[in-house]
Design a protein around this ligand. Structure first.
Ligand SMILES: Nc1ncnc2c1ncn2[C@@H]1O[C@H](COP(=O)(O)OP(=O)(O)O)[C@@H](O)[C@H]1O
Ligand SMILES: [Mg+2]
Length: 367
């Protein structure tokens, strides 16, 4: 699939722009704070309905305006279609495909698959569990509607349950509500746990050869799922934790507390080490890169087509070996790259199909 064009109205610092992309490599360059990332964010929103940064719609709408519009023309299986999004300050967004309104945001998911790569992604392994969960969720939500629906229901339930827990001392009668919620938490939480288990299994097959190549066959990387609670024990642990949860005023058991570990074994070492805690900064960054590169392959396998790759200022973060590896992986994938300068690309014999200069909320095509 590819994205043919993007039109924005009152989106971040853009008043009104239209960009026609090439199906190959597109570069957006310009100084800091000109609006390069905002373009990639708009594409991410049209693919997933959400901002990659987790920004709310009202933060995305241009300062002083009431609403924003995003229009993308996509091409998939030789057919073109148009996705329109209408972001409003205090209402949920309106979405239409070829002029036909869709009821649930999840009906859009999977039409356009994107892999978004930003410098912060190189810290996924160094950072806390919530970032690692976010990574897995972002990927799974794009690929699996059932997961997306279960996760959003589950997350809402946790928020509601925590609210009830907060005033349970004043309203002990509400504990019957907790019984109902626990059943639903178990129902949706089970889907999350099972899907994550399968995802990590598939991920391991993909990430291992990538990481071996990236490290010149020096390291083997394995990813492990560390569920907060095992599926078989989920229901009983939830029950057992009720008293503790009441005192803590929050839900302490469930997949919203999951983590994933990354273990590296050097070729001639006996044991693997947990690089979240014991890895060098370099090891953590390389493993994070392997993880992002796996994402491309995961989408390819699941969708039988290429995702659109969005690289936000990330090439300058990598040494030339890693850069080359990344650029070689791209192959015939449509790629949209942002950067501040152009030298690095020229040096890398990089083929640029379309070049855009971004200046203060304007985008001009330079070829
Ligand atoms: N809601 C908004 N309305 C108008 N401008 C915004 C909004 N949100 C962010 N901006 C502006 O967007 C610019 C940052 O854009 P960004 O795409 O991150 O720049 P960069 O080119 O460095 O990637 C800043 O100048 C910021 O003030
Ligand atoms: Mg930026």
């Amino acid at each position: 699939m590819i994205i043919k064009s993007l039109e924005l109205a009152d989106f971040r610092n853009y008043e009104n722009i239209k960009i026609n992309f090439s199906r190959g490599t597109n570069i957006l360059y310009g100084d800091n704070a000109q609006g390069k990332t905002n373009i990639l964010e708009a594409i991410f929103v049209s693919a997933t309905t959400k901002s990659h940064k987790g920004s709310k719609d009202k933060e995305i709408i241009r300062f002083g305006k009431e609403e924003a519009h995003i229009r993308t023309i996509l091409e998939k299986d030789n057919a073109e279609y148009r996705v329109d999004m209408h972001l409003r300050k205090n209402k949920s967004k309106g979405i239409a495909i070829d002029g036909q309104k869709i009821k649930r945001a999840s009906d859009l998911i999977g039409r356009l698959n994107v892999v978004f790569f930003s410098p912060e992604d190189l810290s996924i392994i160094k950072n806390g569990p919530s970032e690692r969960r976010r990574f897995m969720d972002m990927e799974l939500c794009q690929l699996d509607q059932i997961y997306l629906n279960s996760l959003s229901k589950y997350n809402k339930l946790v928020v509601e349950r925590n609210k009830i827990l907060k005033d349970l001392f004043e309203h002990p009668e509400n504990s019957v509500l907790l019984d109902v919620q626990d059943k639903q938490l178990f129902e949706y939480g089970s889907v999350i746990i099972k899907t994550r288990e399968k995802f990590i299994k598939d991920l391991n097959e993909i990430i291992r050869p990538i990481h071996e190549k990236l490290t010149g066959e020096k390291e083997t990387l394995s990813v492990f799922y560390e569920p907060n609670v095992k599926l078989e024990e989920f229901e009983s642990k939830l029950k057992q934790a009720r008293k503790k949860d009441t005192y803590a005023k929050q839900t302490t058991v469930g997949p919203h507390k999951d983590d994933f570990s990354f273990m590296i074994k050097k070729m001639n070492a006996d044991d693997a080490i947990d690089i979240r805690k014991f890895g060098s900064q370099g090891q953590q960054r390389t493993a994070s890169l392997s993880l992002k590169l796996s994402e491309i392959e995961i989408v390819k396998r699941a969708k039988k087509e290429n995702p659109v790759l969005l690289l936000d200022d990330v090439l300058s973060e990598l040494d030339s070996n890693r850069q080359n590896y990344l650029l070689n992986t791209i192959g015939d994938i449509q790629t949209i790259i942002t950067c501040t300068g152009l030298d690095e690309f020229v040096n890398n014999r990089f083929e640029i199909d379309k070049l855009f200069k971004v200046t203060e909320g304007t985008v001009s095509s330079e070829n």
